[in-house]
Design a protein around this ligand. Sequence first.
Ligand SMILES: *[C@@H]1O[C@H](CO)[C@@H](O)[C@H](O)[C@H]1NC(C)=O
Ligand SMILES: *[C@@H]1O[C@H](CO)[C@@H](O)[C@H](O)[C@H]1NC(C)=O
Ligand SMILES: *[C@@H]1O[C@H](CO)[C@@H](O)[C@H](O)[C@H]1NC(C)=O
Ligand SMILES: *[C@@H]1O[C@H](CO)[C@@H](O)[C@H](O)[C@H]1NC(C)=O
Ligand SMILES: *[C@@H]1O[C@H](CO)[C@@H](O)[C@H](O)[C@H]1NC(C)=O
Ligand SMILES: *[C@@H]1O[C@H](CO)[C@@H](O)[C@H](O)[C@H]1NC(C)=O
Ligand SMILES: *[C@@H]1O[C@H](CO)[C@@H](O)[C@H](O)[C@H]1NC(C)=O
Ligand SMILES: *[C@@H]1O[C@H](CO)[C@@H](O)[C@H](O)[C@H]1NC(C)=O
Ligand SMILES: *[C@@H]1O[C@H](CO)[C@@H](O)[C@H](O)[C@H]1NC(C)=O
Length: 813
Amino acid sequence: MAAIRLRLLLAFLPLLFQTTATSSSDAEHLLAARSALFDPSDALAGWGSGRRSLCRWAHVSCAKNSTTAVTGLDLSRLFLSGGFPEALCSLRSLERLDLSANEFVGPLPACLAALPALTHLNLAGNNFSGEVPAEWGAGFRSLLVLNLVQNLLSGDFPAFLANITTLQEFSLAYNRFAPSPLPESLGDLADLRVLFVANCSLNGIIPSSIGKLKNLVNLDLSTNAIGGEIPPSIGNLSSLEQIELFANQLSGSIPVGFGGLKKLRSLDISMNQLTGEIPEDMFLAPRLSSVHMYQNNLSGRLPATLGTAPSLSDLRIFANQLSGPLPPEFGRNCPLQFLDTSDNRLSGPIPATLCASGNLTQLMLLDNEFEGAIPVELGQCWTLVRVRLSSNKLSGPVPSGFWGLPGVYLLELCGNALSGTINPAIAGAKNLSKLLLQDNRFTGALPAELGTLANLQELRAENNCFSGPLPPCLGNLPLLFNLDLSHNSFSGEIPRDFGKLKKLSQLYLSDNHLSGNVPPELGEIIEMNTLDLSNNELSGQLPAQLQNLRLTHFNISYNKLSGTLPVLFNGLQYKESFLGNPGLCHGFCQSYGKPDSKRHTIIKLVVPIFFAAAIILLIGLAWFTYKFRKYKMNAAELDDGKSNWVLTSYHRVDFSEKDIVNSLDENNVIGQGGAGKVYKVVVGPQDEAMAVKKLWPVEYAYSLRVTEKSDIYSFGVVMLELVTGMKPMALEIGEMDLVMWVSTNIEQSGLESVLDQTLAEQFKDEMCKVLKIALLCVSNLPTRRPPMRAVVKMLLDVKEENKPKLKVEPLAT
Ligand SMILES: *[C@@H]1O[C@H](CO)[C@@H](O)[C@H](O)[C@H]1NC(C)=O
Ligand SMILES: *[C@@H]1O[C@H](CO)[C@@H](O)[C@H](O)[C@H]1NC(C)=O
Ligand SMILES: *[C@@H]1O[C@H](CO)[C@@H](O)[C@H](O)[C@H]1NC(C)=O
Ligand SMILES: *[C@@H]1O[C@H](CO)[C@@H](O)[C@H](O)[C@H]1NC(C)=O
Ligand SMILES: *[C@@H]1O[C@H](CO)[C@@H](O)[C@H](O)[C@H]1NC(C)=O
Ligand SMILES: *[C@@H]1O[C@H](CO)[C@@H](O)[C@H](O)[C@H]1NC(C)=O
Ligand SMILES: *[C@@H]1O[C@H](CO)[C@@H](O)[C@H](O)[C@H]1NC(C)=O
Ligand SMILES: *[C@@H]1O[C@H](CO)[C@@H](O)[C@H](O)[C@H]1NC(C)=O
Ligand SMILES: *[C@@H]1O[C@H](CO)[C@@H](O)[C@H](O)[C@H]1NC(C)=O
């Protein structure tokens, strides 16, 4: 008995020792690992507390026959951070280690490679950085899965990992390796099922050894810079289900053989430089469901196998040079859901069967040469949400059901030869947001049902043959922001209800036969920036309410308007807005319509500017005569012997330069010079000596539009130049423009700090007042700038007594 006991004890002793030793150390190693990392959500707080066995600690698992040896550690998605806890390398039984989706940083540990039992290593989605340790190429004797996806790993692509011949999954995608090629030795990974090396800065070519990976299921080399051709040997990898080669520099043609990949489900070779035809066997694979080949240079006709592919649901072949028709029964045999063939040269009819399976949601056939009618069958395709058939050669009427598809939010039919009317069935298109019908041959009146489409944001029907009155109920569309009905034959009045379109920013009704008054209600659409009513038969006075609008484009030319133009429309920017309205008056009732009147407008605008310039120079003269003494020496050089008192203000006129320059020449107050057009304010009694002040070109940072307000701005800049004695490009100003320099300095050091110090002593009060007026004129917001009349008045108030005699004079250049 004793002997038996002893033998038993001896037999169990090593086992006991071993297990106790392992258990205590694995627990210790885990606790050591925990103390080395940061665990903000206390996910590991329960470890080691109470008497719970190690194998019941959260995220820890042990082998079935053990209560002590840790074989699995899953710490994924626990917000852990810090460096890799090296204590984990002491878990000698560890088979699966998952630290994915945390915030670990620092280098990958070399020690992991020595773990004898490790089969699954997942460190994806962290911030591990640096090179993959070279030791990894010589260890990992049983590793099956290596996942380092989405870290910050650098250095050359770790080709030596191909030494781990046990690998079934090799995932290194989304790291920051230096440009390097895929190693030929990759072909040695005979068991490989997943090769995921997208976005790894790979260049070179796809190694032909890839044809040896007989077990490969998933091949993803996308978003690299891999060139060369697709190796035909890929067609031998009969286990492949997914091929992602998109966004590389692959060239040549698609190899024959993909059709032999019986298990293929999805193929993406988009965004390469592939040429030639799509091979005839391309669509043979019975489970092939998604094929993306867009943005290549593929040409020729589509293979007949496309028409018989049984599982195809997503086909995107846009932006190639494909020609010929779609297969006649396309869609009959497959659950087609997403079809985008845009931007090719496909022709023939749209197959009536596209939606035969009842799955079609997106139909994009734009920019091709499809012809014939839209098939009636598509009018029953209630799954559709996005329809783009523009820029083809489609003709005939649109099937009534097609107008009223309930889920469609984009119906784009523009640029065809479609005819007939908009069917009232459109009332069913409750989701419709954009209806684009322009450039077709549609006829008839717009149905009142359009006014019930509460989601409609854009309605474009220009360049058709629509007629009849504009339905007032269009005013009920709460989201409509673009309404373009121009170039049709609409008649009757513009409905007052349009004033209810609070979101409308663009209204084009030009080139119709609209008559009656312009409804004052249009002035209530404060969002409106474009209003084109030109070439109609509108009459009566232009409503003053339109002055409320901030229009960047306004055209009501060639109508029959009469009466006086509202005062705000007298500005230069509207000079082409009222052409061809012989009854319309401006100021002294000079008729619009005549080209001559342009000149009057300009003169009217320019004269006050120069008048005001003269006024400010009255004030400035005293300073300049003072300043003159200082400048005398320099002036003598510039003077060419003349003894005129002259102030020259160079001022760039970016806007409407032609008109202003012409007109000012005629009035002898403008010249040309420097870089770009400039005009010069020239002032002075001829017999006084000369002071020269050059004011350099001012950029117009704010105003894109030509308005009186931008002229005021320019005038404000001139005043600033005078008061500060500063050129707009002066060294002190540096990168800033004068306006910004002035406002910055005033903000920091007060008003007086910007005054021309040589004059400020004597004329401080006046200068401060002028400065304040100038600041008003250069306000960022055009609406805050005072009108010229007000500026002149303010300047006159500054100093009533005009001592020196001044006049506005030309300067010969
Ligand atoms: C646990 O079982 C596995 C096989 O299932 C065996 O290889 C291993 O030696 C066993 N471990 C112990 C401690 O008995
Ligand atoms: C991980 O790296 C990304 C990208 O460099 C960075 O935005 C992020 O803050 C980093 N996270 C940590 C925890 O370091
Ligand atoms: C990869 O294996 C080869 C041959 O087995 C060996 O010569 C080489 O040193 C290994 N590479 C690394 C980085 O361990
Ligand atoms: C590829 O990685 C770079 C940086 O590593 C990143 O800027 C780029 O957006 C990635 N490309 C894609 C398609 O994810
Ligand atoms: C495909 O495999 C067959 C048989 O193993 C071989 O004869 C053929 O050359 C391979 N094709 C390619 C393109 O590698
Ligand atoms: C694509 O083909 C067109 C005409 O065949 C050619 O002009 C163009 O250079 C090609 N583009 C590429 C990237 O090969
Ligand atoms: C196609 O539609 C049918 C019926 O609605 C549905 O059962 C099937 O799952 C859909 N197929 C696909 C690929 O979406
Ligand atoms: C309505 O349109 C939106 C897009 O604007 C789309 O996501 C949605 O699926 C459509 N609704 C229906 C019922 O089809
Ligand atoms: C307004 O339309 C007329 C005629 O179409 C055109 O001559 C004129 O330039 C347009 N005006 C503006 C401001 O676009």
